[in-house]
Design a protein around this ligand. Structure first.
Ligand code: ADP
Ligand code: ADP
Length: 230
């Protein structure tokens, strides 16, 4: 089976700042990769390159057989198959939870409203908040909003899910309700690339932990190699 994501010798600059330095990373289908490292080490930049929210300057990224370049239709194909969950939820505040979830399937996939709504309710049930469907994001807790963001991404039936510090903006008591959803997604076989400081999550689900520093991958291995007790 071909890899889900193959990143090779990636370099990225912000102006003259060298944000990614020869980063290479292969993520197999069904694999769960956790990326950790200090603030400013390039974690967010790296995963944003995978669905072309950031542009790289040299090296290659192959996502599900599509090599990312300036070709916009290829970028759109990749974005249809790669779901992303951000630190700050990024829900549309003026739309209900249900509308947030049906928007992309209807606009991008041309799914009929009734079917999109049924699918949205299915995923909202899976993240255990179906009763919030007609509320607005501002009426929900941070943990609930992030679970909606996960459901919204799943409504596009992605083959790969990217998470950029999904629990960092949450009050401590809400972190586990989001991590629980991520763990169940992992157990169902989703390919996941997660930037997170939650090392318990990494230990529980990661096949591979990647440690970044100053734009480079400085270590990579099974979680047992990182969390070895002395
Ligand atoms: P991390 O996710 O590990 O905290 P980031 O990928 O967000 O790191 O950032 C890596 C470095 O690139 C940081 O020094 C950050 O300030 C810089 N950076 C990130 N985004 C931009 C941007 N849009 N313009 C300029 N510099 C940026
Ligand atoms: P994170 O590290 O969680 O990705 P940041 O707080 O570093 O988020 O960045 C928030 C936003 O600001 C991002 O869109 C990032 O690209 C941008 N950014 C980060 N650092 C810089 C910078 N030095 N100059 C310009 N934009 C930046």
């Amino acid at each position: 089976m071909p890899a889900a994501v193959t990143i090779s010798q990636l370099n990225k600059y912000y102006g003259i700042y060298h944000a990614l330095r020869d980063v290479s990373l292969t993520v197999q289908q069904g694999e769960k990769v956790v990326i950790c490292g200090p603030s400013g080490s390039g974690k967010s930049t790296l995963i944003r390159c995978i669905n072309r929210l950031e542009e790289h300057h040299s090296g290659t990224i192959d996502v599900l057989g599509h090599v990312l370049d300036d070709n916009m239709s290829r970028i759109q194909e990749v974005r249809r198959e790669v779901g992303m969950v951000f630190q700050n939820f990024n829900l549309f505040p003026h739309m209900t939870i249900l509308e947030n979830c049906v928007l992309s399937p209807m606009l991008v996939r041309g799914t009929a409203r009734k079917e999109a709504e049924e699918q949205a309710m299915h995923f909202l049930t899976r993240v255990r908040i179906p009763e919030q469907a007609n509320k607005f994001p501002g009426e929900l807790s941070g943990g609930q909003q992030q679970r909606v963001a996960i459901a919204r991404a799943l409504c596009m039936r992605p083959k790969v899910m990217l998470f950029d510090e999904p629990t960092s903006a949450l009050d401590p008591e809400m972190i586990s309700e989001v991590l629980d959803v991520m763990v169940s997604l992992a157990q169902e076989g989703m390919t996941m690339i997660c930037v997170t400081h939650e090392m318990g999550f990494a230990r529980q689900v990661a096949d591979k932990v990647v440690f970044m520093d100053q734009g480079a991958i400085v270590e990579s291995g099974a979680p047992t190699e990182f969390f070895n007790n002395p």
